[in-house]
Design a protein around this ligand. Sequence first.
Ligand SMILES: N[C@@H](CCC(=O)N[C@@H](CS)C(=O)NCC(=O)O)C(=O)O
Length: 207
Amino acid sequence: MPSYKLRYFDLRGRAEVIRWMFACSRVEYEDDRIKSEEWKEMKNNVQDFPFKQMPVLEVVSDDGTKTVVAQSQTILRFVGTELGLNGKTKFDVARCDMLNEHVMSALMTLPWEVEDKEEKARLMLEAVTGPITEHLKLLETFVQDSGHLVGSDFTSADINFSTACEFLTPTCPALLDCVPKLKALDEKVRGSPGIAKWIAERPVTHI
Ligand SMILES: N[C@@H](CCC(=O)N[C@@H](CS)C(=O)NCC(=O)O)C(=O)O
């Protein structure tokens, strides 16, 4: 069994979906949280951080070889494959990919770069009630009779959708009321034993 070390700031951010995937599968990994002060020195080590950014996932294979996987969407896909969370067929894998990209497109409409608090809150509400709601209505059409987005069990698509909601519902708690199938899926993901345990125990961070 390979060993895994996920390296990111002490934030949910781009790493939380990966943490939930490990939690869902109950596979051990090291959750390495790097302080901003340490990061300035560390980021120039391109062996460990190939793009001078995080998250990265270090994987040590059974033969001792270390591989660094960078770029959050690539880590999402890779961990999905490692943990059997990308469905059963090549079309399931493609469906996970396309839904994860759709969720990323939705998140890209948020005002990440805006620093002024009031302006940010205004633009957040505008995005969440506008383009994000439209993205969610489209995503709702992909929920299967099983209640899942892909096949009949948890996949990276379910988990990624649910972690994305954590960025959105603080701005608009009733956001999922217009997409009841997704609302039920979010509850199912958050209530699954490994993830519920992680949510109860995880470090509390502002984002
Ligand atoms: N395309 C990259 C973007 C990664 C990224 O923007 N990481 C930020 C944190 S969310 C970072 O490392 N910032 C610190 C820096 O650039 O020095 C990905 O998806 O992983």
